[in-house]
Design a protein around this ligand. Sequence first.
Ligand code: KG4
Ligand code: ZN
Length: 356
Amino acid sequence: SSSRLVLGIETSCDDTGAAVLDETGAILGESLHSQKEVHLRTGGIIPTVAQQLHRENIERVVQEALERSSVTPGQLSAVATTVKPGLALSLGIGLEFSLRFVRQHNKPFIPIHHMEAHALTVRMLQPVAFPFLVLLISGGHSLLAVARGVDDFLLLGHTLDEAPGDTLDKVARRLSLIKHPQCSTLSGGQAIELLAKDGDRTRFPLTTPMGQTYDCCFSFAGLRNQITMTIMKQEAEEGVKQGTLLTCVNDIAAATQHTIATHLAKRTHRAILFCKAKGLLQSNSPTLVVSGGVASNQYIRKALTLITEMTGLHLLCPPAKFCTDNGVMIAWNGVERLREGKGILPPNVDVCYEPK
Ligand code: KG4
Ligand code: ZN
């Protein structure tokens, strides 16, 4: 076919991903190697370990994506790779591999911003016209932005400390949820969502962050401190060792999830009102896109639904598979850039990106 084909490569954090897409966004082949299990065992990502795992897997992952698509390197129109933001050591593996690859096969190189790729993935699945509001919530990021074009984003708010997924993961670790039989293979966020279902969110009252701050930024560190104090107090009362609470874990999970959901919903509400006042969204079909690993949380989605219904916005949330890190979203961003001729570098490029 005459359709242009893009190979996308992602190594910014703990997933080695590759995918081949055609111009319409059809996924011709993909491969993903997750390091999550390793990092779960070490209690967090150790950058040098992540780097080593990317190094061990990148070649095979890219080969697999190409083979599954039956596309040869020669047939590609470009290679798109995440260059920022992320872990410098992890990013370096994808970048190094890609620069070698594009030189060898004489293909244009498209550097991709990981967050922009998350924000635009929805457009691969359905037509969503610019400008639209995006809420990105994952283990590494927390931001609200208006997507105005492929390379045009207006940042409305970001986290002042940590991201909500990080908070969920740390609370889960503090509660040793990995030792719970139902939770041994789940991420922190998934474990908390599951346990919260049987919890009473009112038993441990938590204060929603930034009640007096009139902007669209986020903060989760103070909330996590509140939760840690609650856990310590409860451990002392029950006379048990750290991380061995039994009776009230569900209630703490429910309070944690509820407070994070409330904070996210309140900041998103502010952003929507701001956008409306300034005319920053599509007037006929104003849309909020929610993406990132935390977006798969049904309770958080429900809280956001209340806000969008109240303000008359469409809420779009890509399926979980497209909310988390993979090569597909990077390839799609490459397709969008290729279409508009934006940010395409020659094969012999010798860039050294300063990852932020
Ligand atoms: O997007 P992602 O796969 O990776 C990045 O962080 O970039 O997101 C992973 C994060 C983890 O912190 C995980 O705990 C959280 O998303 N997460 C969830 C759920 N599933 C994953 N948080 C809340 N509820 C979930 N169901
Ligand atoms: Zn991500």
